[in-house]
Design a protein around this ligand. Structure first.
Ligand code: COA
Length: 161
């Protein structure tokens, strides 16, 4: 049976760290579903459509990667599409506590769900979407933090607003 995993997140916007995790997962599994959370406690800077579009640019060349959006509980979404493995990146120790809690809650909600963690690439351990947003909003250079193919679109968003 082919192994499908889900890689969920806000991706507001996608960074080199996300691209690294998705690329590595695509080499390990048959199919990777990248799932963009529509509504969260955070108010996204990029619309759902923009976040999906940026992901398409960043990882769309990987044949076994699909990009979708979802709303509500991740555990329920996985159940609805028959996915039982979540893949997430771990950057620093503080990620672990939070991710560990989420993995347990997700398993309580959907006992078929397993969560697998990939250690972040050394160059991405410090990286986050909010850092990219802040640097970009203040006119700083984000070229070391986001995939080259989405750089101009992210910068353009800030020039517009
Ligand atoms: N490289 C770079 N940055 C990374 C990264 C990586 N490998 N992995 C995570 N990040 C960063 C993100 O950029 C983001 O940065 P920001 O906070 O500065 O914007 C931060 O880590 C958190 O990632 P994010 O994707 O926003 O959220 P999350 O990891 O907390 O979880 C979902 C996102 C979608 C998985 C989670 O919110 C969810 O499942 N929501 C659905 C509701 C639900 O089921 N709730 C119960 C879960 S217990």
């Amino acid at each position: 049976m082919k192994k499908t995993v889900i890689c969920p997140g806000s991706f507001d916007p996608v960074t080199l760290g996300h691209q690294d995790i998705i690329t590595r997962a695509s080499k390990m599994f048959d199919r990777v579903v990248v799932a963009v959370l529509v509504n969260s406690s955070k108010t996204p800077t990029f619309t759902t459509e923009e976040r999906i579009e940026l992901l398409r640019e960043a990882v769309g060349d990987l044949d076994n990667v699909e990009i979708v959006s979802f709303d509500g509980l991740l555990a329920e979404y996985c159940k609805s599409c028959g996915i039982n493995t979540i893949v997430k990146g771990l950057r620093v120790v503080s990620d672990f506590e939070y991710e560990f809690q989420m993995a347990i809650v997700n398993k309580k909600l959907n006992p078929t769900l397993e969560t697998i963690f990939l250690t972040a690439d050394a160059d991405s351990t410090f990286l986050s979407s909010s850092m990219v947003r802040e640097i970009c909003s203040m006119g700083g250079d984000i070229s070391n933090f986001v995939p080259a193919c989405v750089h101009d679109r992210i910068v353009a968003k800030y020039r517009k607003s």
